[in-house]
Design a protein around this ligand. Structure first.
Ligand SMILES: NC(=O)c1ccc[n+]([C@@H]2O[C@H](COP(=O)([O-])OP(=O)(O)OC[C@H]3O[C@@H](n4cnc5c(N)ncnc54)[C@H](O)[C@@H]3O)[C@@H](O)[C@H]2O)c1
Length: 136
């Protein structure tokens, strides 16, 4: 993780309160709050040194509810999420057809990316994206 210095004040529930209190926690955003996203979001609240900052879902009844439950912020637009300075890791839990678009946007914004498999439905598109050199 290379962006720890960008981490702002901690706000999430659970997890490593010491690291968060010192403002050095790694900020996570979970994009997609359907079946799988809530489990990833919960893990982010419990992982050592991590804090869940954002839950992103187009649906307020999923995104806001999960964010409120876990002490994070609901943001419906993933473009906004990947630009946030307090988010270092973007965890993509969207329908498969959206994985590559969101993962690429996050990587191009300098974020670490976790993505539910597969990266894309078309093997060559996923391979080309993986091979592309991203800004450091
Ligand atoms: N469900 C499972 O048991 C399971 C297991 C392993 C892997 N996966 C993989 O995990 C991924 C997610 O699966 P799921 O079952 O949680 O899907 P889901 O359809 O239950 O949830 C996806 C969520 O993404 C939201 N969404 C859609 N477009 C969006 C956008 N542009 N911006 C923000 N939010 C948007 C939807 O509102 C929905 O809440 C898939 O790739 C799936 O293959 C699922």
């Amino acid at each position: 993780m290379s962006q720890g210095s960008q981490a702002g004040a901690a706000t999430g529930a659970g997890g490593n309160s010491g690291a968060r209190a010192r403002g050095r926690a790694v900020g996570f955003a979970v994009v997609g709050a359907g079946l799988v996203g809530p489990r990833h979001a919960e893990f982010a609240t419990k992982a050592e040194g991590a804090v869940l900052r954002v839950v992103c879902d187009l649906r307020e009844d999923r995104g806001r509810v999960l964010a409120d439950k876990l002490g994070a912020e609901w943001v419906p637009d993933f473009h906004e999420v990947v630009q946030r300075e307090d988010v270092q890791v973007v965890n993509v839990c969207l329908p498969t057809a959206l994985h590559l678009e969101v993962a690429t946007a996050a990587a191009e914004a300098g974020k670490h990316v976790m993505v539910e498999k597969p990266l894309d439905l078309i093997e060559c598109a996923a391979g080309a994206a993986a091979d592309r050199r991203l800004p450091t």
